[in-house]
Structure formats: C-alpha cells, structure tokens
Design a protein around this ligand. Structure first.
Ligand SMILES: Cc1cc2nc3c(=O)[nH]c(=O)nc-3n(C[C@H](O)[C@H](O)[C@H](O)COP(=O)(O)OP(=O)(O)OC[C@H]3O[C@@H](n4cnc5c(N)ncnc54)[C@H](O)[C@@H]3O)c2cc1C
Length: 482
C-alpha cells in the first residue's frame, strides 16, 4: 500500500514487524526485500510521492570547515536522492575493507566476500548487468580505447557500470503500492524515538499539516541518508550508539582533483560509452600492491579528451614524444582523480539550537579536509606520472601540485559516509557487523553512514547490498522465532 499522510486519514498508531524510516534506495530495498520475504513492514517517508512537499526546508543546515552543500546534496521525496543520482555503480575493492597503516580507526569488520552475494542482488536493484566487474570480460584490450596493461603493473584498468539511472521511487512504485506486506506512508516525518534502556519502543512521526502518529514494531531500521540518520540519533535525549562519541563523526565524501594533463594516444575512452549492449565507464586504478607498499589511499582516474583528433602535440610536449606515436596521433586529456577520503573523527555532524518546522534541531557539518590532506592523493598522482612515462604510454604535465585552499569546495560525489560507522567492537563504531546499533536490541541502520572506510567507488551499490543483507538478517530472526 502507498498512502500520503496529507490526503488520507492518519491512524493514531501504526504497527508492523519492522518499521523502516526513509524511502530512498536504502529504505526501499530494505522494505521490499522484507516484504518479498513475507515480513510485515511499515515504510515512513518524509517527502511526497512525486516531490519534496512542504517539509523540504528541514534539510537546510550549515557547514563549517571546508564548505559543503548540505541541502543541495540530497532530496527529500519518495526515492530520496536517487531522484537525481548519476547512476555510476561499482562495488568497493576487496582491499577497501582492510585495515591500513594510515587509518586512525579500524576499517570494516566484514570482508568483500561477505557482501559478494548481496552485490549481485544490488546489481539487479540498480538495473545493471549482473556479470561482475572484472575488466577482462569486456574485451576492450587491443581495441585502442584503453591502455593495454599487463597483469601485475602498478596501474590497472577498471570500470563502472551505469544504472539507467534507476529512480527508486518511480521504478518500484507499483510494487510498493501493490504489496500486501508493505504499508508505505509518505509526507510523514519521524521526529522522536521513544526508548527504554536497550530498546526502541515507538517512533513519533508528524505530517506537515500537524497530524501525528506513533509507530510500533519489533525492529526499526533508520534509512534516512548519511546526514539525517545521525541527526535523528543526536536529537534524542539518550543518543543510541554513542558510547564512543562516534555518532555523527568521521563524515567522508569522495573528493576529486584535476592535477594535470596527459599526452597519450588519441582515441582513449576513459569515459561513459555503450559497449556490447552495456553502458560502462572505463577508468584506471592503482594496483593493490602499489597502495599497500606505499600506504597510499585508493583512487580512480578518468581521462577527458581536451583536443580534437587528429591534433599535433602542443609545443611544450615536443621534446618528450611518446615512443610509437606518430605526429597527429596524439591527444591531450584532462586527468581527474576521484579519491578515497580518510575517516577523521573531527569531520562531524553536530546539532545547532535552531529548529526546523517539525521541531528537529538543524545540523551543522564540519567537513575536515585541510589542504595538506590532499598530499597522499598528490603522491599517488606522482606515481601515475612516473608510470605512464616508464611504460611509454603517455607524458604527464602537472598543473596543480598543491592541495585546494580550505575555503574552496573540490569536486565532490555528494556521498555522505561514515557517520554511524560499522565496527567489530563498540569502542570503534556505532553499529555491529549486522548493522545493529551497539546498545539497542532492535535498532538498525541502512545507509552509507555505515561505511567505516569509503574506497573510491560511488556508494549506492554497496548501500543496496547492505540493505538486502540486513533484510535477510531480520527475516531470519522472525523465522527463528516461529
Ligand atoms: C547529484 C548527485 C549524483 C549522485 N550520483 C551518484 C552516482 O552516480 N552513483 C552513486 O552510487 N551515488 C550517487 N549519488 C549518491 C546517491 O544518491 C546516494 O548514495 C543514495 O541516494 C543514498 O540512498 P539513501 O536511501 O541512503 O538516502 P537518500 O537517497 O538520501 O534517501 C533518504 C530518504 O529518507 C527520507 N527521510 C529523511 N529524513 C526522514 C525522517 N526524519 N523521516 C522519514 N523520512 C525521512 C528522505 O525524504 C529520503 O527520501 C549521487 C548524489 C547526488 C546528489
């Protein structure tokens, strides 16, 4: 069922086995997976069915530290931010799950292999081919569209798949509306958690026209995105999961740099195109042995052609001709690095005194990304510069060797990660490996706020994988009880 609290009479109480809060990709996948498994679910979405509605300004907040678009980086309506996402999908690399010397806090308490079956399901939620992410299967080597890089080299080819992009609220609307196990209410904002020492008893939710209801369930899943999940937790008089002060901490987003230009063979296609019936985006990435050997962050590298083909190499390249390239076969490319951020407890969400129209305190994001934090990424750029020279596949020209001043916003992914990090022990995070908030028996999170580390890959595929895995975990609990 799909109902709006503004057009239908809102009962004083709603009840289900599981209550999911937030109807973006995380909430829709969790709720529909549960409903498909026969679990009774109520899904509460603050926005409208087709647009944000009057509660949109609830997302307004402020930023300190490096400037960040707190409101413009998310959407508040059924389908959430997938209503304007770009659709790039890729799992995290296996090494992204592992502890690294540069990390102050532990990485994931689970491994890539634990998520692998759920990644396959996530592919289908995002409507991309479920054929894996091994570059070799594409048959692109030898076509001139990518560098031919032998196994074992310090940089390798990789690729993103591209979702249509799936607008989750539109694509899955009829299943939401027709499911007998799912009761979805839009235009209803959860504002309070009524708790006992170790459990959530009820949620209080209000509509923009002042109607109010209580929601009772055996289990509650917070799926409101990586900024709103910590905001709601921090707004409670007893903050769940905050035994180590990490609720709202370790905010991360992928950040981009454009360090220079590459002179290389014309016709390289490290950008989006259709290939063999699939939309893909080839990219370059550092090999695991390079990252481990030098304690460097992960990244992916895109190339954007800047000169029409055929073109003469510009004068400043002329004494650095690439072996094997004739005049006129070369092209210059803008080089873009999309970088892995590091979890830093100083990068955090806090609440301010001002409240929104629902009475919830507004958030402030302090994005801790000082200019010197770009240094590891710039060191990786230098490795890439050496690599293309040594391999005689390109010549790199530095254009920007310093970190961006702290009053400027770099290219960002609009990916809100880390603010309720998953951990092996309560002292290092907010949720356990099953996404349950450490000190609450029945409170779970489905969001990129779970990510203890972030790799370079866009997060939504991993969000969907974690949400599917959580739904199975909760359904198993009910099966064990019966
Ligand atoms: C411009 C842009 C491009 C992007 N491109 C990509 C991309 O190419 N690839 C990729 O992987 N990711 C991309 N992203 C990120 C992607 O959109 C998010 O990762 C994804 O939407 C997160 O899903 P979510 O369900 O966790 O949160 P959201 O999509 O933010 O959904 C949260 C939902 O919760 C609701 N809600 C909030 N508070 C409450 C409350 N108190 N009560 C009830 N409901 C509430 C909201 O209304 C919203 O519908 C992009 C983001 C932006 C802004």
């Amino acid at each position: 069922m799909l109902r709006s609290a503004l057009t239908e009479s809102l009962p004083v109480a709603l009840e289900a086995q599981v209550c999911v809060v937030g109807g973006g990709p995380a909430g829709i996948v969790t709720a529909l997976e549960l409903a498909r498994l026969g679990v009774a679910v109520v899904l509460i979405e603050a926005g409208g069915k087709d647009g944000p509605g009057a509660g949109e300004t609830s997302y307004a907040g402020s930023s300190a530290g490096r400037p960040y678009p707190v409101q413009g980086s998310r959407l508040r309506w059924l389908g959430g931010t997938s209503n304007h996402w770009g659709g790039w999908v890729r799992p995290l690399d296996p090494t992204d799950f592992l502890d690294k010397p540069a990390l102050e806090l532990p990485a994931w308490p689970i491994r890539h292999a634990d998520l692998q079956p759920w990644y396959e399901l996530a592919d289908s939620w995002c409507e991309v081919a479920t054929q894996g992410y091994e570059f070799g299967q594409l048959g692109l080597e030898g076509t001139g569209r990518v560098f031919d890089l032998a196994a074992g080299k310090d940089f390798q080819n990789g690729f993103f798949r591209v979702s249509p992009p799936t607008r989750f609220g539109q694509r899955y609307r009829s299943e939401i509306a027709e499911s007998s196990a799912l009761d979805c209410w839009t235009d209803l904002t959860v504002v309070e958690m009524i708790q006992s020492a170790d459990r959530v008893r009820q949620l209080r939710a209000v509509s923009t026209d002042g109607a109010e209801t209580r929601i009772r369930a055996d289990h509650f899943v917070l799926a409101m995105g990586g900024l709103e999940v910590p905001r709601l937790l921090l707004a409670q008089s007893e903050v769940p999961g905050n035994q180590s002060g990490l609720v709202g901490a370790c905010f991360m987003d992928h950040f981009g740099i454009r360090p220079g230009r590459l002179l290389a063979a014309g016709g390289l296609m490290y950008r989006m195109f259709d290939w063999d019936g699939q939309t893909i985006i080839p990219m370059l990435r550092p090999a695991a042995q390079l990252l481990a050997g030098e304690a460097l962050p992960n990244a992916c590298i895109m190339l954007a052609a800047t000169r029409p083909e055929p073109s003469l190499p510009p004068v400043y390249w002329s004494n650095q001709a690439i072996s094997g390239l004739e005049e006129g076969e070369a092209m210059t490319y803008d080089v873009v690095f999309i970088n892995e951020p590091v979890p830093d407890p100083r990068s955090r969400i806090t609440l301010v005194d001002e409240r929104d129209s629902f009475g919830l305190p507004r958030l402030q994001l302090h994005w801790q990304l000082p200019a010197d934090s770009f240094q590891p990424a710039l060191k990786l750029v230098d490795r890439f510069r050496h690599f293309v020279g040594q391999e005689a596949i390109g010549r790199f020209q530095w254009l920007q060797r310093a970190g961006l001043p702290e009053d400027q916003t770099p290219g960002i992914g609009y990916h809100h990660m880390g603010t309720t990090r998953m951990s092996a022990t309560p002292d290092a995070g907010v949720t356990d490996p099953n996404c349950r908030i450490w000190d609450r028996e029945n409170l779970y999170v489905a969001s990129s706020s779970l990510f203890p580390t972030a790799g370079y890959a866009n997060p939504t595929l991993t969000i969907c994988a974690l949400a599917s895995r959580l739904a199975r975990h909760l359904a198993d609990k009910f099966e064990q009880q019966s």
